[in-house]
Write a protein that binds this ligand. Structure first.
Ligand SMILES: C[S@@+](CC[C@H](N)C(=O)[O-])C[C@H]1O[C@@H](n2cnc3c(N)ncnc32)[C@H](O)[C@@H]1O
Length: 264
């Protein structure tokens, strides 16, 4: 079989399984199985697919057909300038979360920054990669997520200390960044199968109005702590009400996604 033939078989199979972007997904899987980049599938469609790659691909297409995200199948996800190892122990980092990193880029040299609910380590590690002078630390209440974040830090040669903690660990921070769970209980069942079947529910759902984790963080942090909190587009007003002197930042689509302010 050639690369084009396996692609031509995978795309309709993934479309039939309900995947939103079957061609893109198939290209990512085929390119990865062959160890080439996606462009090579277009320029060299006749590349033969060796039997081992073909067996691997059948398994990957089956998994993607069961709506497992491509990032879990390949075990990695790009986030700003870094690639993170990800698996079902952690949320797959989302592009909108890059906004949290951007908010910290202008901090003065040496500033102390903490990432609460770090998951794969995405926010803290991307920030350290771009601003190695900052004193960045991270935490998560999930020991499994902490293990993933520590492994990512080691692999990326970034010096990040990550601890298991519920809420904000004691410390003196110029800025605390947090992409905590903010999905409402009643929203969960309506989310895509990629999320409900494969991502950790406890990394996403936070009570009836989705604000339990954010409220608890604000309640437990010392007065005056500067926080930048990612939230759902319709939660801006509620999050502003929790903070002193809040400012809300929008994503590229103009939706309110991050609110920063200090703990009253
Ligand atoms: C939405 S995920 C975000 C992960 C990562 N920050 C990212 O953007 O990819 C939320 C993370 O917060 C963690 N978490 C939830 N409640 C927490 C709490 N009270 N204290 C610390 N971490 C918490 C979860 O274990 C999960 O890893």
């Amino acid at each position: 079989m050639t690369a084009r033939e396996v692609l031509d078989a995978a795309v309709p199979a993934l479309a039939a399984a309900g995947c939103d972007t079957p061609r893109l997904d198939a290209e990512l899987l085929v390119a990865s199985a062959l160890g080439v980049d996606r462009a090579a599938l277009v320029t060299e469609p006749g590349t033969p697919v060796p039997p081992a790659a073909s067996r691997l691909l059948s398994e990957w297409v089956r998994r993607r057909g069961a709506r497992e995200p491509v990032a879990y199948i390949l075990g990695r996800k790009g986030f700003r300038r870094i690639e993170l190892d990800v698996d079902a122990r952690v949320l797959i980092p989302r592009p909108e979360t890059e906004l949290l990193v951007e908010l910290a880029l202008d901090l003065p040299e040496g500033a102390r920054v903490h990432d609460v609910g770090t998951g794969s380590g995405a926010v803290a590690l991307a920030l350290l990669d771009e601003r190695p002078d900052l004193a960045v630390s991270a935490s998560d209440r999930s020991p499994a997520a902490v293990a993933v974040a520590r492994a990512n830090a080691q692999r990326l040669h970034l010096s990040l200390s990550v601890e298991v903690a519920d809420g904000l660990p004691d410390g003196d921070y110029e800025l605390v960044l947090a992409n905590l769970p903010y999905v409402r209980e009643d929203e969960w069942a309506g989310l895509a199968p990629e999320i409900t079947r494969h991502e950790p529910r406890e990394a996403l759902v936070a009570g009836e109005d989705g604000l339990d984790a954010i409220r608890a963080l604000v309640a437990g942090a010392p007065a005056g702590t500067h926080l930048a909190l990612e939230h759902a587009p319709d939660q801006g007003e509620a999050v502003r009400a929790l903070l002193h002197a809040p400012s809300t930042y929008e994503d590229l689509a103009g939706r309110e996604r991050v609110t920063a302010g200090s703990v009253p």
